[in-house]
Design a binder for this molecule. Sequence first.
Ligand SMILES: Nc1ncnc2c1ncn2[C@@H]1O[C@H](COP(=O)(O)OP(=O)(O)OP(=O)(O)O)[C@@H](O)[C@H]1O
Length: 250
Amino acid sequence: MKTAIEVCDLVVERGKRRVLHQVSARVAGGLITGLLGPSGSGKTTLMRAVVGVQVVKSGQVTVLGQPAGSPALRRTVGYVTQNPSVYPDLTIQENVRYFASLYGLGKQAATETIRNAGLSRYAGQLVGDLSGGQRSRASLACALVSRPEILVLDEPTVGQDPVLRDELWAWFRELANGGSTLLVSSHVMDEANRCDRLLLVRDGTIIADDTPAAVKATAGTDDLDQAFLRLIRARSAHQSDGPTTPAEVA
Ligand SMILES: Nc1ncnc2c1ncn2[C@@H]1O[C@H](COP(=O)(O)OP(=O)(O)OP(=O)(O)O)[C@@H](O)[C@H]1O
């Protein structure tokens, strides 16, 4: 599988704190890679480095062979932050059509994307009048309407009900099947099971980089929440010369 994103020895400091410690990882093209980890572990910082908006202390990030943030990548990389970036004084339809027009796309692309985002019923509503979850989906629709080759989605399902979350994940899968590469952060472990690969982040380091099945097998449990805990404990024990495998600390 071709590497779409490569992170090599990445060190990032925010404020006076080091928040990523020589992180290295590869994200395969055409797959959904989940970036999982507790709040404050460095997921957003890593995503910001991938899209080229994060000042880095050292290390490299390349996307499709180009340095992250290169002008050549602008049309190729879509980034959806946790803060919706949509115009509140325009309707959903106007917002999505506007973003479609920037890429030379017409109304049909906008209508289709609004449907995929589960927003058809609200298409004529002003974004400023939407609920938080609806606004997030409107933001997602604006970023996805151009079908970027690389999609970096920071907690795209936060605030969505289970049915909508399921529909959004089905949409992500469809995009991956169409060749897009998705890097999706979450701290919901049941979503991790829907990813092809997982990067588990803890305190600014990657503690696992594998398929969900392999993460569970290594940890000796079928439950990803448990697997994550065991991996963390195994790592802490290893650092203090205790048992060294996740199964030993179970
Ligand atoms: N603007 C900032 N200035 C200083 N420190 C920051 C800034 N933004 C984030 N941090 C710190 O960097 C660390 C990593 O934050 P980051 O947002 O990457 O974590 P996260 O895993 O995405 O968290 P969450 O799941 O809560 O979004 C945290 O300790 C956070 O306090």
